[in-house]
Design a protein around this ligand. Structure first.
Ligand SMILES: CC(C)(COP(=O)(O)OP(=O)(O)OC[C@H]1O[C@@H](n2cnc3c(N)ncnc32)[C@H](O)[C@@H]1OP(=O)(O)O)[C@@H](O)C(=O)NCCC(=O)NCCS
Length: 146
């Protein structure tokens, strides 16, 4: 498995993972927009020739933002989520002191993953998602890399 920067030819596979992972998936244009605003914040995990997961993050003001993280359904529970999140946090820790994300209240795997990586819940956003689900805002204070 390698983790490498996103390339535009990856987009069809990324969209397939996205559509299989979220009830309200990001559209192609949003991926392109966020990638252009912070190109190093779009990482893919590749196994053989296939993309199995991606992480999309960026910087707004003095905060890092994790926009999205998803693993292909048949590649979950193999550590891809853990490793991509580690990469993103390592990069962000060189640039900002805090990182933030939103996650659906009923998304137990993601809540566990973010909790394991030191994120804590800050507030609830009622009816945050299009389908009416609530979200948690989670944050993590970053320390500079050694
Ligand atoms: C959340 C998600 C990214 C986890 O990816 P993954 O590669 O399967 O996770 P990993 O194998 O790296 O596991 C890392 C940690 O995540 C948590 N986790 C993963 N799957 C879990 C599950 N089904 N139930 C509870 N915790 C889970 C655990 O804390 C796990 O650590 P552990 O193995 O030491 O207990 C994946 O389930 C996914 O793509 N879900 C759909 C999209 C999504 O919800 N993304 C996050 C919201 S932005």
């Amino acid at each position: 498995m390698i983790i490498r920067p996103f390339r535009p030819t990856d987009l069809p596979q990324i969209l397939a993972i996205e559509n299989a992972s979220f009830p309200d998936p990001y559209e192609e244009e949003l991926f392109s927009l966020l990638w252009r605003s912070y190109p190093s914040g779009f990482l893919v995990a590749q196994e053989d020739r296939e993309i199995v997961a991606y992480a999309l993050y960026g910087i707004q003001g003095d905060e890092g933002i994790i926009y999205s993280l998803a693993v292909r359904p048949n590649a979950r529970h193999q550590g891809f989520g853990d490793r991509l999140l580690d990469h993103a946090l390592q990069d962000l820790s060189r640039k900002v002191r805090r990182v933030r994300l939103q996650v659906a209240l009923d998304n137990a795997p993601a809540l566990q993953l973010y909790g394991k990586h030191g994120f804590t819940m800050k507030e609830i956003l009622r009816r945050y998602y299009e389908n009416g689900r609530d979200a948690y805002v989670m944050t993590k204070e970053l320390s500079r890399p050694a």
